[in-house]
Design a protein around this ligand. Structure first.
Ligand code: ADE
Length: 226
């Protein structure tokens, strides 16, 4: 899987690419993540990438030329181009699974007050990571890259993500580690019993109970995270 990210703030990605599971996935060639500075594609003598919006209004608007040229440079036959925007489809685990099957993604990060409407014509899909406004699409692109990368075969043990919250519309069951007794709070006996069938049953019950209490809307949906 290859992910190309277009941004005017490439430095925001430095820690992200050098940490934990993402770092390992890159080192082990499960994913190739490239950050591209949109400015490099600007044909303006001062490498300008934004300007005032026609018709007035506050803020600067990202210009189409650098982004059109970047996409044209990077796009291949199997590429899916995705625009980060609060106006997009709301991201969820089902979409993460779908995108993890793609060969090549280009993620475009918008910034400032927005981007020229014509940039939308480049996108196969627009994604929002939730109903709130970020200062730009960079964090959204990291959320998407992170959630997809961990689903690529071999990046983490399959068992780990098959039991994630939101699979089968259930939140995750509770987990415990050492010590058995911490400040009077004890690990449930069944987890210490070594009885695998009982442990499985307990976990299923707890996942259902937690979901009923915290996210009954997930159970009402009835189908997988649509
Ligand atoms: N850019 C600004 N806010 C965003 C959001 N919520 N999701 C995706 N991109 C964004």
């Amino acid at each position: 899987m290859k992910i190309d990210i277009l941004t005017i703030f490439p430095e925001m990605f430095e820690g992200f690419l050098k940490t934990s599971i993402i770092k390992r996935a890159i080192q082990n060639n499960f994913v190739d993540i490239q950050i591209h500075d949109i400015r490099k594609y600007s044909k303006d003598p001062h490498k300008k990438v934004d300007d005032y919006g026609y018709g007035g209004g506050k803020g600067m608007v990202l210009m189409p030329q650098p982004i059109f040229d970047a996409v044209s440079d990077l796009k291949k036959e199997n590429t899916k181009v995705i625009l980060m925007t609060p106006q997009g489809k709301t991201y969820n685990q089902k979409l993460a699974y779908d995108l993890a099957l793609e060969k090549h993604l280009i993620l475009i990060c918008g910034h400032y007050e927005g981007f020229d409407e014509r940039i939308r014509t480049l996108a196969d899909l627009e994604i929002s990571i939730g109903d709130y406004i970020l200062t730009g699409g960079e964090l959204a692109s990291m959320v998407i890259t992170d959630s997809i990368t961990r689903l690529i075969d071999g990046v983490i043990e399959k068992d780990s993500h098959l039991n994630d919250s939101f699979n089968n519309n259930l939140l995750d069951y509770p987990v415990y580690t050492k010590p058995v007794n911490f400040k009077g709070m004890k690990v449930p006996d069944v987890l210490l019993s070594g009885h695998h069938a009982n442990i499985k049953k307990y976990r299923e019950e707890m996942a259902l109970e937690k979901t009923k209490q915290r996210r009954p809307d997930l159970l009402e949906k009835g189908e997988k995270n649509e």
